[in-house]
Ligand binder design. Structure first.
Ligand code: G4P
Length: 533
């Protein structure tokens, strides 16, 4: 295989290629080390020569994820690009989830396109808020999770206490594959629990090269590490006695999570994560269509759009649609059919986002992500195929927590305003909620993260020629309701009912406390939590 992950011949069949693919995302709270880990994975997999070339904080302004001017101004990543690595003859597709605190629905939608997730936690902080939110989506979708405890080179919690926290807060049984030798802040190496051997790490200057490892039998490890080894071995026995050994079926069923210890910044434990992805993470499998019928990976080409990005190239106002390949072999130039419209779409320009540049993709296989350029005919969630028609289930919508009324600054440009809002809604940039009371001129924009509003505002002015005023509303919770309950709910103080494009009626509340008090006064009212479906 070539280093760019493309097969040496364009004739590899889809199921052979699928078996050698792992498509995953890293879920974490900002600052847990996702960018550092991404660089370290790329370094180990030899996608790049030295850490710091991809997504590095210093160079981030110019890396490929930073398409939009807004992103460049902030030096953060809003878009979800993918990184393709090859390791042990396996292609790893790492889908990027924006790590910023103001993350958005894009982050969640990426999770609809992966087969596994790496949950990265900071050894000192444990499970943080955003990790828990992302975890909830993975759990709901049955995505198997590998846990990595990062920053073990810094003072942190007791490893057993961290395992307790994982079990208590996620409901998953942690099954450590490695166990740290040395407390957090004194990371000497790990006990590899399946082989009972010791893997010792040594640092390299700046962590820029693959860290050398020594492998020792238990006796030699005891001699070298003394007390630290004894404690580690005892704790590992304790784990075994409490049933915390890896069980592949339980992992794939979302019941347990293998755990690794790492210090991404020093490249410690990173190789083991790559091995774990290759050995344990599931390859792309058959994907169910709308009617629940699985489409095998060797069926003719099919895929769906999980992300749209406009304005990556300001000169061309291009729109790129990121497609996850579900079945078959994708070849550049193929004319695919868009399931929603039945119309053909010529895939003349196809790119894979990788490192600093965008390469042209010639072929792609199940599990891969390709970017289709000039994709103005495509919408978020669209299925595309050749030969045998297929329509995959719609992408999930997520519970919005931020709400704002949008009004055209210039009422004379109402036509542009309406076109822009409709377009942003179709692309899934924001959810749009409407009611007779508010009317068409003042729809409510709903978002998972407030940055979605900034994107909407920017695009309304720049792209659709209708600058908007956004008036933030004091709601933070949305619940799905029905027609019968709607009028009673609307009569409650501080509650408003609006309709989303998918037909769902959403009741908005200032906070959870208000939800509970309304539920008490209207016990028969339908108030369903919005979780990813
Ligand atoms: P993020 O993408 O999840 O937001 O995190 P990022 O990789 O940017 O890492 C956040 C900070 O944590 C960075 O420090 C990074 O160097 C540090 N870090 C990541 N992994 C480890 C680790 O294993 N051990 C230790 N000790 N630190 C780690 P920073 O000071 O914010 O930035 P920088 O100036 O070091 O780049």
């Amino acid at each position: 295989m070539r280093p760019d992950g493309q097969e040496p011949t364009p004739h590899t069949d889809a199921s052979t290629a699928a078996r050698r693919r792992r498509t995953f995302a890293v879920i974490s709270h900002p600052d847990a080390g996702k960018s550092t880990l991404t660089e370290a994975l790329a370094l180990h997999a030899q996608a790049i020569g030295e850490a710091g070339h991809i997504n590095g904080k210093s160079g981030r302004r110019h890396t490929v994820s930073d398409w939009m001017s807004m992103e460049q101004a902030r030096g953060i990543s809003i878009t979800s690009a993918s990184l393709q690595l090859t390791y042990r003859d396996t292609v790893l597709n790492l889908l990027d989830t924006p790590g910023h605190a103001d993350f958005s629905e894009d982050t969640y939608r990426v999770l609809a396109a992966v087969d596994a997730a790496v949950m990265l936690i900071d050894a000192a902080k444990g499970l943080e808020e955003q990790t828990m939110k992302l975890f909830a989506v993975c759990k709901h979708r049955g995505i198997p999770i590998i846990t990595v405890v990062n920053k073990w080179d810094r003072p942190g919690r007791e490893p057993l206490a961290l395992m307790d926290e994982i079990a208590r807060r996620t409901g998953l049984t942690p099954t450590p594959l490695t166990w740290p030798v040395g407390i957090a802040g004194d990371f000497r190496g790990v006990l590899e629990r399946d082989t009972a051997s010791y893997v010792g790490f040594s640092a390299t200057a700046g962590g820029a090269h693959v860290a050398p490892e020594v492998r020792l039998a238990p006796e030699a490890a005891a001699e070298r590490e003394g007390e630290a080894w004894t404690t580690c071995a005892e704790e590992s026995d304790l784990l075994a006695a409490s049933g915390a050994d890896h069980d592949q079926e339980a992992f794939l069923a979302g019941v347990s999570t293998p755990v690794l210890f790492a210090a991404a910044v020093k490249n410690f434990g990173v190789g083991r994560l790559l091995d774990t992805l290759v050995d344990l993470a599931p390859p792309p499998g058959p994907r169910e269509d709308r009617s629940g019928r699985p489409r095998p990976v060797d069926a003719p080409f099919s895929g769906y759009v999980f992300k749209l990005q406009t304005g990556m190239d300001t000169a061309h106002r291009d729109r790129m649609a990121f497609v996850r390949v579900c079945s078959g072999v994708f070849r550049r130039g193929t004319v695919v059919t868009i399931a929603r419209t039945g119309k053909p779409f010529a895939t003349k320009y196809v790119q894979r986002t990788f490192g600093q540049g965008r390469d042209v993709v010639e072929t792609a296989y199940p599990g891969d992500v390709v970017g289709l350029v000039n994709a103005s005919a495509l919408q978020i969630g669209d299925s595309i195929y050749t030969d045998e028609p297929v329509e995959f289930p719609p992408l999930p919508t997520f519970a919005p927590e931020h709400f704002a009324v949008a009004r055209a600054k210039d009422v004379g440009r109402y036509k542009q305003f309406r076109r822009g809002i409709t377009q942003l809604e179709a692309e899934g940039v924001v959810q749009v909620l409407r009611s007779d009371l508010r009317g068409d001129q003042a729809p409510v924009l709903a978002a998972v993260g407030p940055m979605q509003f900034e994107v909407a505002e920017h695009r309304m002015a720049d792209e659709f020629g209708s600058p908007v005023d956004l008036e933030r509303l004091a709601y933070t919770v949305a619940r799905r309701t029905d027609r019968e309950s709607a009028s009673d709910l609307s009569a409650e103080r501080g509650v408003e009912v609006l309709q989303r494009a998918d037909g769902d009626l959403l009741a908005l509340f200032p906070d959870e406390w208000r939800v509970r008090s309304v539920q008490r006064s209207l016990p028969d009212a339908e108030l369903e939590s919005l979780v990813a479906t």
